[in-house]
Design a protein around this ligand. Structure first.
Ligand SMILES: [Zn+2]
Length: 405
């Protein structure tokens, strides 16, 4: 793979201290549309090809459809060791631009006023591009310990790729001692985020003519009772905790996000589906919340079946991003700070692949360029100064990991 010709960049562009390879990789990755509903392979294959060119062992681990894949690459230590080491992780998908009125083409990266605008600039192809741009230097160095690339698909779909990645890493016997996820934190080293759970509640009643309600079982009414019960749970979190003051909202939160049910004004509804979302602080196990919801569903099912047999409520976990709760003195925290990440005891409100890695026993922190506030919106951007800071971070990391000949 040769660099994109520099004529590709607009003459008015100001890329600051970013080196030519960084600019070329930013342009390459950001000009490919890997919205989560599409394949991430255009980006994964580009990076894999660069690894192969540099003689770095790389694996693309496909999902069940074969349309998407995780990427795992390992640069061994100078003595050939591939176990342990530091993982750099990021996701290759982005959120959509549907319905957003951008000032410039979201897939044609453009620098204006010291900011690089493109879909994924902050979240998080900026980080992936800088890591990929640094690969030749990492490949040429004598490393004290291995460095792994752990790049995922479908992070924006409740972390599906990250959950598969845990299995992919186990299958490849890649066990980093520390992992740095480059989600936008303005280069602060973040050790915690809440868990995120999406649960679907399927209510199956019995239809009947609305003039004969006793012949049916009203699914919408029972769904409403589940909604009310869930509201009582979330009110309890707000009023009674447990609290974790490291979060901007220091308690667990949740709510009913969508509800669909009923077919006509004169038919007792047979079906209703409710989608709940909740985010818990580390002291609340999302599994316990699901167990409580299922208990309530079982109680309501008994009442429904007293009305009509064959009715009931099922609670299905659609997605679960586990909590991230890494110690301030963990190897990952210490490594990220040693490389120039800014120490921080603040926790963040968004989920990341770090939750799945943490649950699998991999020490993980989040530290990357840009601000999450700019991540999913119109005219997404990352400050060039943030990309420079990330470039410096990677240079310091390489310096710290290099051993003399
Ligand atoms: Zn992200």
């Amino acid at each position: 793979m040769t660099d994109t010709p520099m004529t590709d960049t607009r003459p008015t562009d100001d890329w600051g201290r970013l080196d030519g390879r960084a600019v070329a990789w930013l342009d390459r990755l950001l000009s490919r549309d890997t919205t989560s509903r599409l394949s991430n392979l255009p980006v994964a294959e580009l990076i894999a090809e660069e690894c192969r060119t540099l003689g770095i062992a790389v694996h693309l681990c496909p999902d069940a459809t074969g349309r998407k894949a995780n990427l795992v690459a390992t640069l061994p230590a100078a003595d050939g060791t591939t176990s342990g080491g530091i993982a750099l992780s990021g996701h290759m998908d982005t959120v959509p631009v549907d319905g957003q009125d951008w000032s410039s083409d979201p897939f044609r990266p453009e620098v204006r006023d010291g900011r690089l605008h493109a879909r994924g600039a902050a979240d998080m192809k900026g980080f992936l591009a800088l890591v990929t741009a640094a690969l030749p230097r990492f490949a040429a160095a004598r490393l004290a310990e291995p460095v792994h690339l752990v790049f995922t698909f479908d992070e924006e779909l409740a972390g599906r790729g990250g959950r598969q990645m845990v299995d992919d890493l186990a299958a490849l016997e890649v066990r980093p001692r520390a992992c740095i996820v480059g989600e936008p934190t303005s280069m602060r080293v973040i050790t915690g985020h809440k868990s995120v759970t999406i649960a679907r509640v399927d209510v199956r009643g019995r239809h009947a003519h609305s003039s004969l309600p006793a012949a049916g079982c009203n699914a919408v009414e029972y769904a409403a009772r589940i909604c009310t019960a869930f509201r009582a749970i979330t009110d309890g979190w707000r009023d009674e905790g447990p609290y974790d003051e490291d979060y901007a909202v220091p308690w667990s939160t949740g709510g009913v996000m969508t509800i669909e049910g009923g077919t006509a004004r004169n038919i007792v509804p047979e079906r209703c589906t409710v989608v709940l979302e909740f985010r818990t602080v580390p002291a609340v196990d999302p599994g316990d919340v699901i167990a409580l919801l299922r208990e309530q569903a079982a109680e309501l099912t008994r009442q429904m079946q007293a009305e009509q047999p064959g009715t009931g409520i099922e609670v299905v976990v659609e997605d679960l991003v586990p909590t991230l709760a890494t110690a301030q003195d963990s190897p990952a925290t210490r490594a990220a700070i040693a490389y120039g990440g800014i120490p921080s005891d603040e926790h963040v409100t968004y989920g990341t692949d770090g939750g799945a890695f943490h649950a699998a026993g991999i020490e993980t922190v989040i530290c990357g360029p840009g601000d999450i506030a700019q991540a999913h919106g119109v005219d997404e951007y990352v400050e060039i100064s943030q990309l420079e800071a990330c470039q410096d971070f990677l240079a310091t990391m390489l310096d710290r990991l290099s051993v003399p000949d």
